[in-house]
Design a protein around this ligand. Structure first.
Ligand code: CU
Length: 333
């Protein structure tokens, strides 16, 4: 996966940056690192100097008492002041710019995000823009957020588990809460991270850059991998991006097919492909974007992931219209 990520212009060892305010966060991270380095170098040199000067040697025993000179006090105060400037002068303005201006209620897509061990539940208000009521007593395996169907506003609501649909280029406003323990909602590619606390509803907002859809990213991340010598285990989350045919024209691996490399079938696939004369594969990630939990929230915490379906605003509206229709079964069905 990291090999693939490296192809999409990730730069500076950070994941790609796909959201409006993310550039500022990246610049802040860079600035803080530069300044911390500026502090680190003189401190490290001073440390080495002290180790040498006060060491035990012939005619001189090691000194264990702290230095009493005024200079060291001044140095400590100067470093503390420097760090305050770093925090107040650089971090607060970036953070304030992002956190002080939530998008206007009539111009944002609002989604409730309910975290639980170990999944993300997403609650959309549907075309009427109103969230239906939820009740803890109604929570069940098929109704993870306890949506009350008796409430008229709930009729067109959409609930998705581990699938986060978002439009690009529009303000997205999330209301985060948790059913059980503290989780942390994290989308590294959007520079978004917020702890999710039971009993509280914490807002967070962001905007995905125009045109950054999952489909487009998937295409961009297509990579050609030679069959001989590839590290197949690392490529196991990828799917074929085109039909791979043998010389006779027979499809050996179909578009969208999984390599299945976690199982024995994977090696069979590779055998089949090499026998058919296919020397390289075009592969792409099944889902290029995801939400993870950045808080160690239990024994299966690592499984707590949701795929992000970033769509154009038109695709998103069409999805809302379609997904908000409830399936009605006739009594004699
Ligand atoms: Cu979690």
């Amino acid at each position: 996966m990291f090999g693939l990520l490296a192809q999409v212009n990730y730069g500076n060892w950070l994941p790609p940056q796909l959201a409006r305010h993310g550039g500022d966060v990246d610049r802040l991270i860079d600035t803080v690192h530069v300044f911390m380095f500026l502090i680190f170098v003189p401190w490290a040199l001073f440390f080495a100097y002290c180790l040498l000067k006060y060491r035990s040697r012939g005619g001189h025993s090691a000194t264990y008492t702290p230095i009493k000179a005024k200079l060291s006090k001044y140095a400590e105060v100067a470093v503390a002041a420097f760090e305050v400037v770093l925090l107040v002068g650089f971090s607060y303005p970036v953070w304030a710019d992002y956190k002080n201006a939530p998008p206007a209620p009539d111009k944002r897509i609002e989604v409730r995000v309910i975290a639980e061990q170990f999944q993300w539940d997403f609650h959309y208000p549907g075309p009427d823009g109103k969230f239906g009521q939820t009740k803890a007593s109604l929570i069940s395996a098929s109704n993870p957020i306890g949506l009350d169907d008796a409430d008229a506003a709930a009729a067109d609501d959409i609930v998705r588990v581990n699938e986060f649909y978002i439009p690009t280029g529009r303000d997205i406003y999330l209301r985060l809460t948790s059913k059980d323990v503290i989780h942390s909602f994290d989308i590294p590619t959007m520079r978004m991270k917020q702890d999710v606390i039971p009993g509280m509803e914490i807002p967070i907002w962001f905007k995905v850059n125009d045109g950054v859809t999952s489909d487009k990213l998937r295409e961009q991340m297509t990579r050609r991998v030679p069959i001989a010598g590839a590290n197949w285990y690392k490529l196991r989350h990828l799917v074929a991006s085109e039909d791979h045919k043998s010389k006779s024209g027979e499809v050996v691996l179909a578009k969208g097919a999984d390599l299945g490399l976690t199982h024995q079938t994977g090696t069979e696939n590779i055998d089949k492909l090499s026998k058919a004369g296919v020397t390289e594969l075009a592969l792409q990630p099944r889902e290029p974007l995801e939400v993870v939990c950045a808080q160690l929230c239990g024994n299966s915490h690592f499984k707590m992931k949701a795929v992000i379906k970033a769509q154009t605003p038109e695709e998103f509206d069409a999805w809302v219209a379609e997904a908000s229709k409830k399936v009605e079964f006739s009594p004699d069905f």
